[in-house]
Design a protein around this ligand. Structure first.
Ligand code: V55
Ligand code: FE
Length: 497
C-alpha cells in the first residue's frame, strides 16, 4: 500500500528513454510473431495517444496536451500488419508549417500565440471510436476527427451532418448492443468554461435521433467518461474545476479542489433532461467507468475510481503537493436509490487490489448486467529485471486482471519481467455470444529491447496465445479498441478476395 503505479497514459512527454518523442510515422507490412494469432481475428486493433511533436512551451504543461497519434494493428489470416501516423489536426498542420509549437497550456487559449488565436486547438489524442462504418479520433474538447481506416489519413471534423450542435464530444461514447445506437455527450458544449452539456443518441446509420441539453452543476468540471444503462445516463465528475478567471490568469485548464463535492448526475436517456438529479459524495477522482445498469429504482455503476487527484500536473488549489498515496484506484460499485430523496450513494470496494483506472468489459454487455471486468495492475509480487530493463523506480504495470463479479474472484496474466503494459482491450471470439469468450489484447513496452509488443491472451484461461513484435518503440497510447473487419468494411476497402 502507498505504492503508486507507473501508468503509461502520458507517453511522449519524457525527454529520454522509452517514451522520448520520435517524430516518426511508419508501417510494417507483416510483423514478426511468436505463438499463434487466432485465425478468427479479422479486424483491427486501433490505438490513439499523443506525442509532443514540438516540445511543450511551458514546463508545467499537461502530458494530455501532446499531439494526437493514431496507430493500427490489422489482423487477417493469422498475420498482422501495422501503421502509425500523426493526426493532422488544424493545430498539427499549423505547427508543422511554423516549425514550432505555437500553443501554450492545456486547453487555455489565453496562453496560445497570437498567430493561432481562434484556431481549433484540439490535439485529438485520447481514443479511437467507430460508428456507422466510420473511424474517428476523439478528444473531449472538440468534435470527432474522421480518419481513413486503411491509410490512417485525417479526413476532417464530423458533426453528424449538422445534427450535433455542441462544440465538444466525449472520448468515451457508449454503444447499445441491442440497438447499435451510439450515446454520447459533450461538456463545455457551447465554449470555454460553459456549463452546457449536450447529450445525443445517434442511430446506427449515423443520424442524430435524440438530443438533451442540460446544465452542469454546481461547478464546471471534467466529465471524461460516462455510463449508460438501458434507461439512464450517468455523468460522474469530481474536484477538478475551471472558470474564466483562472483561464484568463493563464493557468492550466483544471485545478483540484478537494473541498468540492464529487458529483454524479443521473437522468433518463430518452427524456428531456428535466428529471436530471445530482448526487454528491466525498473526494474521489472520477475518470473512467466499467459499466452500469438500471434495475427498477436502483442504478448501479461499476467504476475504477481513484481516491484523490490522479494527475500530478493539475495542481491542488490549496497549494499542497501532489499526494501519490491518493492516486490509487479500485474496482468499486456505486449504488443509487432513485426512489429516495437522499442525494448520496453507497460505495463498495469489491476487490482490495489497486488497479489502473482504465477498465473494460465485454462491450457486448455495455448497459446490461455482466459478470466480468478487466483492467491492468502493477502486481508487486511479480519480478522486474532492472539489470536488463533499467531502474524505473516503481513496479510498472505488468499484469492483466479479470474480475469475476459473481464469484468475487480475480485472475491474472503476467506479461513479462521487462514490460510495462498499456490499456487492455477485449476482443469477442467470432461467432460466440457468451460473455467473456474471446481475447484480451494490448501493447506492452519492452523496456529492455526498446520495442513494442502486442500481447494476445485467451480471456477465459488467461494464457498467452501469441505476441506481435514491432521493431521499434511505439510508446504512444491513451486508449485502444478492437473492431471486426465488417464494422469498417476493411476487406472491401483493401480489395481483399
Ligand atoms: C483524460 C485524458 C485526456 C484528457 C482528459 O484519462 C482526461 C483521462 C488524453 O487526454 O484530455
Ligand atoms: Fe479515457
Amino acid at each position: 500500500m502507498g505504492e503508486t503505479t507507473v501508468v503509461e497514459i502520458f507517453p511522449g512527454t519524457l525527454t529520454d528513454g522509452f517514451f522520448a518523442p520520435q517524430r516518426f510515422e511508419g508501417e510494417v507490412a507483416d510483423c514478426e510473431i511468436t505463438g499463434t494469432i487466432p485465425s478468427d481475428m479479422d479486424g483491427m486493433f486501433v490505438r490513439v495517444g499523443g506525442e509532443f511533436f514540438y516540445p511543450p512551451k511551458f514546463p508545467n504543461d499537461a502530458p494530455l496536451h501532446s499531439d494526437g497519434y493514431i496507430s493500427a494493428f490489422r489482423f487477417r489470416n493469422g498475420r498482422v500488419s501495422y501503421k502509425g501516423r500523426f493526426i493532422h489536426t488544424p493545430r498539427f498542420d499549423s505547427n508543422l508549417e511554423a516549425g514550432r509549437n505555437q500553443f501554450g497550456l492545456y486547453r487555455n487559449p489565453f496562453t496560445h500565440d497570437e498567430s493561432v488565436q481562434g484556431m481549433n486547438a484540439t490535439v485529438s489524442n485520447t481514443a479511437p471510436t467507430v460508428h456507422a462504418g466510420k473511424l474517428f479520433s476523439v478528444k473531449e474538447d472538440a468534435l470527432p476527427l474522421e480518419i481513413d481506416p486503411v491509410t490512417l489519413e485525417t479526413i476532417g471534423f464530423h458533426d453528424f451532418n449538422g445534427g450535433w450542435k455542441g462544440q465538444t464530444f466525449t472520448a468515451h461514447p457508449k454503444f447499445d448492443p441491442l440497438t447499435g445506437d451510439m450515446y454520447a455527450f459533450g461538456y463545455e458544449a457551447t465554449g470555454l468554461a460553459s456549463d452546457d452539456i449536450y447529450f445525443y443518441r445517434v442511430d446506427k446509420h449515423g443520424t442524430v435521433a435524440h438530443e438533451i441539453r442540460i446544465k452542469q452543476q454546481p461547478y464546471i468540471s471534467l466529465i471524461h467518461d460516462f455510463a449508460v444503462t438501458q434507461e439512464h445516463v450517468i455523468f460522474p465528475f469530481a474536484c477538478y474545476y475551471t472558470d474564466m478567471e483562472q483561464l484568463r490568469a493563464g493557468k492550466i485548464h483544471w485545478m483540484w479542489d478537494k473541498t468540492l463535492p464529487s458529483m454524479i448526475g443521473i437522468m433518463r436517456r430518452d427524456g428531456d433532461g428535466s428529471d436530471l438529479r445530482w448526487f454528491r459524495g466525498p473526494e474521489r477522482c472520477m475518470m473512467h467507468v466499467f459499466n452500469a445498469q438500471t434495475d427498477g429504482n436502483t442504478v448501479t455503476l461499476l467504476a475504477p475510481f481513484y481516491n484523490g487527484n490522479f494527475f500530478p500536473f493539475f495542481p491542488n488549489v490549496d497549494g499542497s503537493p501532489w499526494d501519490p498515496s491518493k492516486a490509487q484506484g479500485f474496482v468499486r460499485k456505486y449504488t443509487f436509490d432513485l426512489s429516495s430523496s437522499h442525494d448520496g450513494w453507497t460505495e463498495e470496494t469489491l476487490f482490495p487490489a489497486p488497479i489502473v483506472d482504465l477498465g473494460k468489459v465485454d462491450h457486448r454487455f455495455t448497459t446490461l448486467p455482466h459478470r466480468y471486468a478487466y483492467s491492468t495492475m502493477a502486481d508487486q509480487s511479480r519480478p522486474f529485471d532492472t539489470a536488463r530493463a533499467g531502474e524505473v523506480g516503481r513496479k510498472p504495470v505488468n499484469t492483466y486482471a479479470r474480475f469475476d463479479l459473481a464469484e468475487g474472484r480475480m485472475d491474472t496474466f503476467f506479461a513479462g519481467d521487462v514490460h510495462s503494459l498499456q490499456e487492455v482491450s477485449f476482443v469477442p471470439r467470432r461467432g460466440s455470444t457468451e460473455e467473456g469468450d474471446g481475447y484480451l489484447i494490448g501493447t506492452a513496452s519492452n523496456l529492455a529491447d526498446l520495442r513494442t509488443e502486442l500481447v494476445i491472451v485467451d480471456a477465459q484461461r488467461l494464457e498467452e496465445m501469441g505476441r506481435v513484435y514491432l521493431p521499434f518503440r511505439a510508446a504512444t497510447q491513451v486508449h485502444g479498441y478492437w473492431w471486426d473487419a465488417e464494422q469498417l468494411n476493411l476487406n472491401e476497402r483493401e480489395g481483399n478476395a
